[in-house]
Design a protein. Structure first.
Length: 247
């Protein structure tokens, strides 16, 4: 029995189409795996220039991402820096926060010696996504511009604009330093008026990680008392911490 040429072509087309469909299905599964259980390590740097001899302060920070939240850990220890007969103190700061994707809610726990304060809020960033691109650690990233949050805008030390470089190759709305809400993982943070910078150094997929509890401590109403280094209401925070230390 002879098989028509058109039939053979149709069968070949059907086989190839099924193959492509299967590859697409496998790739979709891979993509789901890729965007879950990610452990991102960043290097956070700050150039201290108002000292007899400028120096760079560096620490490692971590961001863990699963299918429901991203947890960020920042642990900056107090450090005494000496240069000849001069010395300066770099203050420490320790905090852990969770960003819940479905509720778009941030919960943060700030550790202060033997005491802990915490706050929760809905991040409200007004990002402007630009056409500027570059490559970081092999990922294509785009630049987004917003307003920084670490310092009060009325403070002379305000950081100004924040520049977030994010990649849509890892489509999760998370990032370091409390910055979230973009259509991809933030790999780099820099500022308009500050030498501080946070850049990704390593990304591990299918990582094992035990989430930290961020529900302990005394809850405060204003998130800026947790975010700002010197708090928004320092007298109130001092009173809270003094009271809690007696218990």
């Amino acid at each position: 029995m002879k098989i028509r040429k058109s039939t053979i072509i149709f069968l070949l087309f059907l086989i190839i189409s099924m193959g492509f469909a299967q590859v697409k299905k496998v790739c979709q599964k891979c993509e789901v795996k890729k965007t879950n259980n990610i452990l991102v390590t960043y290097e956070h740097t700050a150039i201290i220039s108002d000292f007899p001899k400028p120096f760079v302060y560096k620490i490692k920070t971590n961001l863990f991402i699963n299918d429901s939240l991203a947890q960020y850990l920042y642990n900056k220890k107090t450090k005494i820096v000496r240069s000849g007969n001069y010395q300066t103190k770099v203050g420490g700061q320790h905090y852990i926060n969770n960003y819940y994707f479905d509720k778009k809610l941030m919960k943060e726990q700030r550790i202060m010696g033997n005491n802990t304060i915490r706050a929760k809020w809905t991040p409200d960033y007004h990002w402007t996504i630009t056409d500027e691109t570059k490559t970081i650690n092999g990922f294509r990233v785009r630049k987004a511009v917003g307003n920084s949050i670490e310092v009060d805008p009325d403070d002379p030390a305000y950081f100004g604009k924040v520049y977030a470089w994010f990649t849509e190759e890892i489509p999760v709305p998370a990032g370091p330093d409390r910055y979230v809400g973009l259509p991809g993982l933030i790999l780099e943070i820099e500022y308009e008026k500050s030498t501080r910078k946070t850049v990704v150094s390593e990304i591990k997929f299918n990582a094992k990680y035990k989430l930290k509890d961020v529900n302990g401590g005394i809850e405060v109403a204003d998130k800026d008392d947790v975010i700002f280094y010197f708090h928004k209401h320092p007298k109130m925070i001092k009173k809270i911490l003094k009271k809690s230390s007696w218990w």
